[in-house]
Write a protein that binds this ligand. Sequence first.
Ligand code: GTP
Length: 333
Amino acid sequence: MRAVILVGGFGTRLRPLTFTIPKSLLPVANVSLLEHVIAALSMAGVTEVVLALGFKPEPFLTAFPDGVCAGVSLRYAVEPQPMDTAGAIGFAARFAQINETFIVVNGDILTDLDVSALVDFHRQHGAVATLHLTSVDDPSQYGVVETNDHGVVQRFVEKPQPHETTSRAVNAGTYVLEPSILDYIPLDQPLSVERVVFPTLVAKGALYAMSTDDYWIDTGRPENYLSANLDLIDGSRSRILASIAAQAHIAGTAVITRSVVGDGCRIGAGAIISNSVLLPGAVVDDGARVEASIVMGHIGERATVTDCVIGVDGRVDFGTTHVAEKIPDPATL
Ligand code: GTP
């Protein structure tokens, strides 16, 4: 079976991290998000992945020079212009000449969903498209989906106000599609799958959805990207990965708790790192403190950062204190 992974977005909510690394290549517990996603697809029998690329395709080509990721063959569909989600699916599926049932995944979702169960559900119902749904406490930032008892989608409400729907089930970003979906996606034209194509299928009764309570997180917001890392090292996921990369240089007197440290990081004597992610190459000098933060740059000697997102050029000077009120709400970025 083949899958298309959407990895061509701008990732604005994860700036400044995405100024230098595309969102799907950011590591989660020292393994790229994309590798986590492809490993899960491989378990469901996917043997070829088409990466739907737009913005910044080069780092993907460099990251997988032999065209293989997690044992799965890669093909690269590079859009000539941003095509939005449906345009990207159409471009990639036509590029790879997909003519059988296929899977589409947003490249920023981590989930323990059994994708083959979603494929079975799709086939049993004879759907044109089937979505994975998950429940969230506050659906106001998501596309809420209302279904009937047979799994037929009745309505989509994008970013609803509290009075607009009682449903907490949101589009979880994994789809099973028939090639006939291409009839709804014009050639070479930007188009949204969530706002245009799925609502069109709802009107025809051809869109189905399956809800699960598997682990699920949309890593595209800073606080979620941090949680996705910490969830893996906490053991709340089925796969547990190392928290500290082999090539990190850590002084013997540094204290690291509940954090992820990437390759090439340098952590000085007496530094205290907690509840944080240090991306590859980050530097934390002697006696510095990093709490609940995501760091690519350089934290100077005895500086303190709390609830901050620091990009590759970010430098916190000797002895200074940076405290964000909290990791910024993506809606305000
Ligand atoms: P923000 O800018 O922070 O909203 O992130 P984003 O650009 O990634 O957008 P969003 O999270 O809504 O996108 C969902 C998925 O679709 C992500 O995996 C994106 O990489 C992908 N995506 C969004 N727009 C495009 C596009 O025009 N082309 C391709 N190939 N993928 C896209």
